[in-house]
Design a protein around this ligand. Structure first.
Ligand code: ATP
Ligand code: MG
Ligand code: MG
Length: 437
């Protein structure tokens, strides 16, 4: 079932991340105590379930909701637009979600406004992709325009000969010929969406409006990529960097420190904060990230993923209009977490201090190593070890099903230096520190 509204007691996203981020601070005497009650109140709150297409539900939703935000960009942008027409205050704006959720449209939008990015081109059939291969060379990155996450939606052709096997071109072409939606299953693309929920937090406070969040309850093994493909020139980056930019309702911007993201099989695996790159590169990253976010509408936090090349160029990879994996470390390492910052931004509160309160942090995603019980066992072993590591905080998402490479939780280790947090992670993972025997 797709397109569901649901007010429910709380999604783990809100509970673990938002509640943890908000309550301690606001209990500690910041003037916004009502908000913590709001969040706690949600634990026992009711829920409303209905379809995006059901006018009554939408109107009911609109009545109850002060500010609407999303935790993922793969929501129905047309419905968001309708909600905006009904007077619902969507932050960021539906227009932003519409652009971001189509990675090709995103690239067109940003390139038209002078943001540096790798060459890209829309493809409809095997002949097109061969042409792209001639233009861009190999390896060639083939991406789904929509519903992509954690690298599911990307396929790499290393040679021209591999092209026929990375995508089911015949399906794609026949659908195009039929004048129907394109249907393409690229190599790794498989699976589907589950329900889309909307979380409504009832405000017991007069200070801030209540707010709601659209969340995708369970999104796994995405597939049936029926919205077309495009290709990108392969980017031989030396590092991947990311900047989380917060934009307040008055359009002022505030950036979290530049981090380095390290991927495993296209999935974010480790995040180092701050990134070990020269200040000049950090300034360039922040500059590009701010320019990028200025090209989108609405308040909230935006994660800007970047590539750093050998010759010191910084190019945009993509943007997420929401709190992001590259910002999980902020819960422990920054004065304001990305979640709190997102809420401050959408609710029209002053933005918090995004700087780090500790010299270094490293975030390690707990990715499923095996299916089912065996995978749970390995993850729990790791968590057990983490409890003995100084400065380590464990976040377990309590997802009901364990699958290989699924993000099941994360561990953030903070400490007095990059070396120390790296050594602590080495000891957690029982890795040899370079140079040791
Ligand atoms: P996310 O989970 O961040 O939303 P996604 O599924 O949207 O990921 P991308 O960010 O497009 O996927 O790509 C995932 C990873 O694949 C990147 O972080 C990078 O490591 C690699 N990658 C993406 N585009 C390219 C490219 N053009 N050349 C080389 N590597 C690339
Ligand atoms: Mg993405
Ligand atoms: Mg990405």
């Amino acid at each position: 079932m797709n397109n569901i509204f649901q007010w429910h007691y709380v999604k783990r996203w809100c509970f673990e991340r938002t509640r943890d981020a908000l309550i301690p601070k606001w209990r500690d005497g910041l003037a916004i105590r009502g908000v913590s009650e709001t969040v706690v109140g949600v634990l026992g709150g009711g829920q409303l379930v209905g379809s995006f297409d059901d006018g009554d539900t939408v109107r009911e939703f609109a009545k109850r909701c002060g500010v609407l935000t999303v935790e993922i960009e793969h929501v129905d942008a047309v419905t968001l637009e309708k909600l905006e027409l009904l007077g619902v205050d969507c932050q960021p704006k539906a227009s932003t979600i519409r652009i971001i959720q189509d990675k090709y449209l995103q690239k067109v939008h940003f390139s038209q406004h002078g943001i540096p990015l790798t060459d890209f081109m829309e493809i409809d059939n095997l002949a097109h992709v061969k042409k792209a291969g001639e233009l861009f060379g190999y390896p060639l990155m083939i991406k789904s325009k929509r519903l992509a996450y954690d690298g599911r939606g990307n396929a790499v052709a290393h040679t021209k000969e591999e092209l026929p096997s990375v995508c089911d071109w015949s399906t794609m072409e026949s659908m195009v010929e039929d004048g129907d939606t394109m249907l393409c299953h690229a190599g790794k693309m498989s699976g589907h969406y589950q329900d889309i929920y909307t979380v409504k937090l009832k405000s017991s406070s007069h200070i801030v409006p209540c707010w709601a969040m659209i969340v995708v309850h369970e999104m796994y093994s995405l597939g049936g990529f029926d919205h077309g493909l495009y290709v990108e020139r392969w980017m031989p980056f030396v590092k991947e960097l990311a900047v989380i930019v917060a934009r307040a309702r008055d359009k002022s911007l505030s950036c979290f420190p530049v981090v380095e993201t390290i991927h495993k099989d296209n999935i974010c695996h480790i995040v180092e904060a701050p990134a070990s790159v020269p200040d000049k590169i950090k300034r360039l990253c922040v500059d590009i990230a701010k320019k990028t976010v200025r090209l989108l509408e609405g308040a909230g936090v935006f994660a800007v993923e970047l590539f750093l090349t050998k010759d010191g160029q910084v190019l945009l990879n993509e943007v997420a209009p929401r709190p992001h994996n590259s910002g999980h470390h902020t819960i422990e390492s920054c004065y304001t977490s990305q979640y709190e910052q997102h809420l401050r931004a959408i609710l029209g509160l002053p933005l918090g201090d995004p700087s780090m309160k500790i010299p270094a942090a490293i975030m390690y995603n707990i990715l499923g190593e095996d299916e089912g019980e065996a995978g749970f066992y390995l993850a729990h072993q790791l968590i057990g070890k983490a409890l003995n590591i100084p400065g380590a905080s464990v976040h377990w998402y309590d997802k009901p099903e364990m699958r290989k490479l699924r993000k099941m939780g994360h561990i953030t280790i903070v400490g007095p230096s990059k070396n120390i947090v790296n050594t602590r992670l080495d000891s957690l993972l029982e890795r040899k520190t370079p140079g040791s025997h």
